[in-house]
Design a binder for this molecule. Structure first.
Ligand code: FNR
Length: 346
């Protein structure tokens, strides 16, 4: 009998054994080179915590308020494509665990199950939008998400060219998307990147247009240059998700934690900065919050749990919550607000 999993590392190890090698590879890998993917995790090792025993943390809690929504804790489920690849219950299984652990679930544009089935679980859902081939098609997808009750929109801008090497099984597809129109024909003098793929990518004017199309909070995920971050805020976006897509898009960028440290002092404190890429424990979450994150998204570890069904994922989320609470208690922090600026050292 398999030993029970008692840590995220145990869940990762089991997922590696259970999943088919090509599916594990799709989940685990970053872009060729994997430097950014690993840098994301190593960055946390360079931040040190100085415990503050004897503090009175009775009655402590992890609640936060974000865009008028009260969350029990600062963890969120990052958007991840095709969750049916990892367990037959797919996105609905993730949403059940999310509900059990009161964790907001960001549904991917590339979900393998209908958005309405996911929100029917009663989970608190946001929607991650990938730009579709036109404004009209993007708007239809946005409206679909609004109609099923998504309470915020995450616009992912860092992956306009999809380079996945995985061939999807016949029963897994992006069921919420319309068929993509054929790419424009190019001749031998033209570039597939500039003259085909990038003609379909969103531009700044599309972000401004998107802003004008929804009343929901709009967050941009994947900006890494401070001028871009400021421009998105000036365009009316409500928040940013600092992310390098788990090191899956361009290799050689700084760790996401480094970008957070650059951004936070330069942007208005009233702008929520959510964070992902590399969080593997509750103490990692603590460090990100101490460095200015308002909430943190969990990527690959969600799937490590999902591989063992909704119960496995609910346990992963509970472990993260328990680790965060434990870290807060040992660091003398009775609330998430008290974490920022507390004793950490580079
Ligand atoms: C992703 N990510 C992602 N992001 C997004 O905006 N839309 C998507 O559909 C996906 N799909 C996706 C698939 C897989 C298999 C992975 C691993 C990641 C990126 C994801 O939201 C998040 O940014 C990273 O996973 C965070 O890094 P960690 O926690 O995995 O290190």
């Amino acid at each position: 009998m398999q030993a029970p999993c008692t840590s995220l590392a145990d869940y990762a190890e089991q997922a590696r054994k259970i999943l088919a090698p090509d599916i594990w590879q799709y989940l685990d890998s970053g872009t060729a080179g994997n430097r950014t993917r690993y840098q994301n995790e190593y960055a946390f090792d360079n931040i040190h915590l100085t415990p503050r025993p004897l503090a009175d943390v009775r009655g402590g809690h992890t609640r936060i308020d974000l865009f008028g929504q009260t969350l029990t804790h600062p963890f969120m489920i990052a958007p991840i494509a095709y969750q049916g690849l990892f367990h037959p219950m797919g996105e609905v299984g993730v949403a059940m665990a999310a509900l059990a652990q009161q964790t907001p679930y960001i549904m991917s544009s590339l979900a393998s199950q209908p958005l309405s089935d996911i929100t029917a679980t009663g989970a608190h859902c946001w929607f991650q939008l990938y730009w579709q081939s036109s404004r009209e098609a993007s708007l239809r997808l946005l409206r679909k998400a609004e109609q099923v009750g998504a309470t915020a929109i995450v616009f992912t801008v860092d992956a306009p060219i999809k380079q996945s090497s995985l061939t999807l099984p016949h029963d897994i597809s992006a069921v919420n998307l319309e068929p993509t129109p054929p790419l424009t024909k190019i001749d031998a003098t033209q570039s597939a990147v500039f003259d085909q793929w990038m003609t379909l990518a969103p531009r700044w004017e599309d972000l401004a247009w998107l802003r004008s199309q929804t009343q929901l909070p709009l967050l941009v995920k994947g900006l890494q240059h401070i001028e871009d971050a400021q421009r998105a805020i000036d365009t009316g976006c409500d928040g940013l998700i600092i992310s390098n897509h788990g090191g899956r898009v361009i290799d050689g960028t700084p760790s996401s934690l480094e970008v957070l440290q650059r951004f936070r002092p330069q942007l208005s404190p009233s702008i929520p900065l959510l964070f992902d890429s590399g969080i593997r424990s509750g103490s990692d979450a603590f460090k990100a919050i101490a460095l200015g994150a308002s909430a943190v998204l969990i990527g690959r570890p969600i799937i490590w749990g999902l591989v063992q069904g909704p119960l496995g994922l609910a346990h992963v989320l509970r472990l993260l919550r328990d680790e965060l609470e434990m870290t807060m208690a040992l660091m003398g922090c009775a609330s998430i607000a008290s974490i920022s600026g507390c004793a950490i050292r580079l």
